[in-house]
Design a protein around this ligand. Structure first.
Ligand code: SF4
Length: 114
């Protein structure tokens, strides 16, 4: 089981790195607030107004959503989740070019933490 998680994680990280070559500076958590902008879930809103084309493309390719369709799989229990600097804000993702990530979000790259 653990081998599958690591293999999948490595694959995703490599795929993201290839897709993000020479990308803009990390935008993890950039523009992430609890008010204004992009999708809202659980009282937290991620401001996606500053997303780059690469970030929009990556979010679409991974079917990223601010509200998970499966409560058991959320960004904040994903192995690739990056905690926000303060409570009540959007966090980030170790995958490049995703922009602000909602704690209740989800994408097809979700990997169980631990
Ligand atoms: S589920 Fe969320 S934290 Fe996990 S890879 Fe997708 S965007 Fe990143």
């Amino acid at each position: 089981m653990n081998d599958n998680k690591l293999t999948r994680r490595e694959f995703l990280l490599r795929a993201a790195a290839l897709g993000a070559a020479a990308a803009a500076a990390p935008a993890i958590m950039a523009g992430c607030t609890s008010g204004g902008g992009g999708g809202t879930a659980g009282g937290i809103t991620c401001d996606t107004s500053g997303l780059s084309d690469a970030e929009r493309t990556m979010r679409q390719s991974l079917n990223y959503v601010d509200q998970t369709p499966n409560p058991a799989q959320r960004c904040d229990n994903c192995q690739l989740w990056v905690e926000p600097s303060a409570a009540g804000q959007c966090g980030g993702c170790q995958l490049e070019n995703l922009g602000p990530v909602h704690p209740a979000g989800w994408c097809t790259a979700w990997v169980a933490a631990g």
